[in-house]
Design a protein around this ligand. Structure first.
Ligand code: NAD
Length: 381
């Protein structure tokens, strides 16, 4: 529906700081908002880059307390423990260091700090969309993957270990205030996670673009995100020290996050979440396993959009008709996944689940995917 006939809300962090050395600005921004920061990180990323953030906070006169137990795919327990620290030290500003797992833990702490209730109460299944009444305290996200785009989104993804599911919280009140994107922090991202997180970002851009909720503002972010990811992901994967490619990926994944948070994700994300929750497949790898097949299935329902995807990925050219080009989108995605040797990483995740194990969870996973609501946004049902 044209914007002249419908109102939409476009959400975004109020400031985005991008470029080599951007991390040094975390202290200045934190000092504008408070005096005691809770720094939230995974142990690994804290070891790599925690000192840079703490030094910058120190220099700006901001005290800090660190919670460094965030687990990839963070849990209810992560959020509750970090919140205990927030209360105990009377913190007034949140700083996250890391990718989606750190950022989502920080958002969760912020929800508990400003609202009454347990984190589970704010899931879309209980509270609906926009179910967080009060905004989080000031939240500065120093992003280190490229990535989820969580530093620009209204989503929080939390693992509930009691049910082996991931639940989703969606509210404008959780969008971080400041996003810091420093390519020098992503040089340490291992090759495998460069591939997984990069394909996650590509999935966000493609799903937002073909979604039944797409419209022109997120579409332009999605198109530019796909262009940046297509040209820079193979370079960043092949040479992790290439700062230009790392910076291009940071901007591309940010735009992909902005695209999906203002449009939506669709079938791929609906299916990938239960794969992560039940079988602990890393989120980006789960997306990569599904994305080409969903593109193949869906191209007929959004041919012009998929034709653009195929052209951006270099799988189709102007001599192809729209329908021919659309049918080549899956090929373009598969080629990129092959270039990154993505299926090769499957061997790193232990044994492939036995047929019995798979059959024991597949119905639950299917229901979980449908309940997430994301498949309903897909152009082909
Ligand atoms: P992550 O934050 O889980 O990090 C993956 C691993 O890489 C961790 O072990 C981490 O310590 C390590 N790491 C991160 N940055 C590093 C660096 N620069 N150098 C070395 N190691 C580094 O990965 P992610 O893919 O960014 O986040 C995944 C989580 O985000 C999942 O829980 C997913 O469901 C969620 N997610 C959230 C949103 C949202 O909008 N809120 C969107 C998509 C995904």
């Amino acid at each position: 529906t044209p914007l002249s006939r419908e109102t939409r809300t476009v959400v975004s962090p109020s400031s985005v700081v991008v470029g080599a050395g951007a991390v040094e600005q975390v202290g200045e921004y934190a000092a504008r908002h408070g005096t005691t920061a809770l720094l939230v990180a995974t142990e690994q990323i804290f070891e790599f880059h925690g000192d840079k953030v703490i030094d910058a906070l120190d220099t700006a006169g901001v005290e800090s307390v660190s919670y460094t137990d965030v687990r990839p795919d963070p849990t209810v327990e992560n959020i509750e423990s970090a919140y205990e620290l927030w209360k105990r030290h009377d913190c007034d500003v949140l700083v996250t260091l890391g990718g989606g797992s750190s950022i989502d833990t920080g958002k969760g702490v912020g929800i508990l700090a400003s609202n009454d209730g347990e984190i589970r109460d704010f899931g879309v299944d209980r509270a609906g969309y926009e179910g967080v009444p009060e905004p989080t305290p000031p939240l500065i996200a120093v992003n280190t993957t490229a990535g989820t785009g969580s530093e620009a989104t209204r989503s929080v993804v939390v693992s509930d270990e009691s049910t082996s599911t991931k639940f989703l919280i969606v509210s404008e009140n959780v969008v971080p205030d400041i996003a810091i994107e420093d390519p020098e922090l992503t040089v340490s991202l291992p090759r495998s996670h460069t591939a997984f997180t990069g394909i996650d970002a590509l999935t966000h851009a493609i799903e937002a673009y073909v979604s039944v909720n797409a419209y022109d503002i997120p579409d332009s972010s999605a198109e530019e995100a796909m262009e940046r990811i297509a040209r820079s992901l193979p370079v960043a994967w092949a040479n992790g020290d290439d700062l230009d490619a790392r910076a291009d990926m940071l901007v591309g994944q940010l735009q992909a996050g902005q695209a999906f948070t203002n449009s939506s994700v669709a079938l791929v994300h609906g299916l990938a979440r239960p794969l992560g929750a039940q079988l602990h497949v890393p989120h980006g790898l789960a997306n990569a396993l599904i994305l080409p097949y969903v593109a193949e299935f869906s191209a007929m329902a959004a041919p012009e959009k998929y034709a653009t995807v195929a052209r951006i990925l270099g799988a189709a050219d102007e001599s192809d008709t729209t329908r021919e080009a659309a049918d080549k989108a899956a090929e373009g995605i598969l080629r990129l996944c092959d270039d990154l040797d993505l299926t090769g990483y499957l061997d790193d995740f232990g044994e492939v689940p036995s047929r019995e194990r798979y059959l024991s969870v597949v119905d639950e996973m299917t229901q979980d995917a449908i309940d997430s609501g994301s498949p309903a946004n897909n152009p082909r049902k």
